[in-house]
Design a protein around this ligand. Structure first.
Ligand code: BTN
Length: 247
């Protein structure tokens, strides 16, 4: 199987955000699918919902992958998010235990967030014409000074120091494998694997929404990626991003 992701890697010493860099490159030229832009130092990393992404220079992986998932209807865009999250989780599972995906696409080890994913899609006639998949994965950083609530690095968990460049190629291979599944339309496999690894799946835990603090049990996600939480009263609530808080 030919690898799409990672066969073409551009390394940039310092930039603001790899997602912005990839978007700017795309404006001026047609780039090959799977092109990767990786920064040694990303000084203005962006997170979900206008958050920032902290990363100490030369310690972590901060990169963006350019994809053309034009086989995906916009209604299925969450499948791409699942496939990418699973690729990152597959990679981590080979190095440590307790890896999970906190809905929608934060990657956790135990109770700490080890990776974040920011996917920015362009749409043409109901299909995803291009997608910039930004991934920040904490590898060797030991101290976090930003205001993210619970960051952790792989090295803090395993007490090892890693060769960042080597890890990037393993990680790309894992994401590539999941992207091929997606291309082949293996949604059942992707959905099943994603559900199984969801953070707090099937456990009674505390959540809050715009109405209440409540105890609930995550059942999975629906077809469009909304999180389904059962309440003690037996009701099944469905949430879009940012509509529910994990307490
Ligand atoms: C989040 O969890 O809020 C998403 C974080 C995404 C961070 C990555 S780092 C590489 C890429 N470039 C960015 O500016 N953000 C993403």
């Amino acid at each position: 199987m030919n690898e799409i992701i990672g066969s073409n890697i551009e390394r940039i010493q310092e930039l603001g955000s790899t997602n912005n860099y990839a978007a700017t490159q795309l404006l001026t030229k047609r780039l090959p699918e799977g092109a990767v832009f990786v920064a040694d130092s990303q000084v203005d990393g962006r997170g979900q919902a206008s958050n920032t992404w902290e990363s100490e220079p030369n310690k972590n992986l901060t990169f963006s992958i350019l994809l053309y998932p034009d086989f995906l209807e916009i209604s299925r865009q969450f499948e791409l998010s699942k496939a990418i999250s699973l690729g990152v989780a597959d990679f981590l599972k080979e190095r440590t235990d307790q890896v999970s995906i906190k809905w929608p696409n934060d990657i956790y080890i135990g109770k700490g967030k080890v990776a974040g994913i920011l996917i920015e899609n362009s749409v043409k006639i109901n299909k995803i014409s291009s997608s910039i998949v930004g991934i920040g994965l904490n590898i060797n950083q030991k101290i976090f000074t930003g205001n993210a609530p619970n960051p952790v690095s792989l090295s803090q968990i395993t007490n090892e120091d890693y060769d960042i460049e080597e890890l990037l190629s393993y990680l790309c291979a894992k994401i590539d494998m999941r992207y091929h599944q997606l291309r082949k339309g293996e949604f059942g496999q992707i959905d099943g694997d994603y559900t199984k690894i969801l953070y707090q799946l099937g456990c009674w835990s505390h959540y809050s929404d715009d109405k209440d603090d409540f105890e609930g049990c995550i059942l999975g996600v629906d077809q469009i990626g909304r999180l389904m939480i059962e309440t003690k009263a037996g009701k099944i609530n469905k949430y879009n991003f940012k509509e529910v808080i994990f307490k």
